[in-house]
Write a protein of this length. Structure first.
Length: 259
């Protein structure tokens, strides 16, 4: 059995730049009352209006304004979990795909898939357990397993648990001392919607946890709504640019357990 290495790199890319044998099977859905689904509000008119965290409101979205990395990172770290749910589209040179996510405090559940030259890889991370299917069926990650693929998938889960925590968004972006606000531009989201957003780009390359980040930016719409990030990093002797956009924030998502 062989894990899709490109998928693992893409999974790492998702979290790094924020701041990626039997016949193939599909996830088995549990009974309706056990499916991990975020319920919709009974009446949308009763839903509270989202308000940006205070740290976001300290950011002046005026072109050429310099924003400290600690402030920008803190904004993303607080803003995304405050929506609880959403979708994201991730694109690298190797593959791309859509992911749904749900926060419970700082714990993160995710489910999605990536398409690339090496085929399609699906993954589910739920309640701290990672499952991946690279075309040969679902495999549960387990760092203590005797199976090499299960070990690697378990290691990928550990990466997610380490870096997907919103606290680490702040840590990564804070490693870049200064970020400059640019003029508003049109950003195309993963669902095809275009939105006007302000790019805030780091003014100089920086290093985070021994990973060189040569360029990075974050987009915010009016009201400090997080729109996406783009970053170029050097990993394993390769240079990779990853673009990630967030959309349908706060809308119900379904993460189907794998049995």
């Amino acid at each position: 059995m062989k894990i899709n290495t490109a998928a693992a790199l893409a999974a790492l890319g998702i979290v790094v730049v924020l701041s990626g044998c039997a016949a193939s099977e599909t996830p088995t859905q549990k009974t309706p009352d056990a499916v991990a689904e975020t319920p919709a509000a009974e009446d949308p008119s009763d839903e509270p209006t989202w308000a940006a965290p205070a740290v976001c409101q300290d950011i002046d979205l005026t072109p050429d304004v310099i924003v400290p990395g600690s402030v920008l990172g803190g904004c993303i770290a607080e803003a995304l979990p405050s929506f609880v749910t959403g979708k994201e589209f991730v694109e690298t040179s190797m593959q791309s795909g859509e992911v749904v996510f749900r926060y419970s405090g700082t714990e993160l559940d995710m489910q999605g898939g990536f398409d690339g030259d090496g085929g399609t890889t699906q993954f589910t991370m739920l309640d701290g357990t990672m499952w991946m299917d690279s075309g040969s069926g679902w495999v549960k990650g387990d760092v203590n397993s005797d199976d090499q693929e299960a070990q690697m998938i378990g290691a990928t889960a550990e990466i997610f648990r380490t870096y997907a925590d919103p606290v680490h968004y702040a840590d990564l972006i804070s490693a870049g001392a200064e970020w400059r606000v640019g003029a508003a531009e049109s950003v195309t989201l993963g669902n095809g919607e275009n939105i006007e957003a302000y790019p805030i780009a780091v003014t100089a390359p920086f290093t985070w946890n021994d990973i060189p980040v040569t360029a990075s930016l974050a987009w915010f719409a009016e009201g400090w709504v997080p729109v996406g990030v783009r970053g170029t990093v050097e990993m394993f002797g390769m240079t990779e640019t990853t673009t990630q956009t967030w959309y349908e924030l706060g809308e119900p998502v379904e993460i189907v357990p794998v049995e």
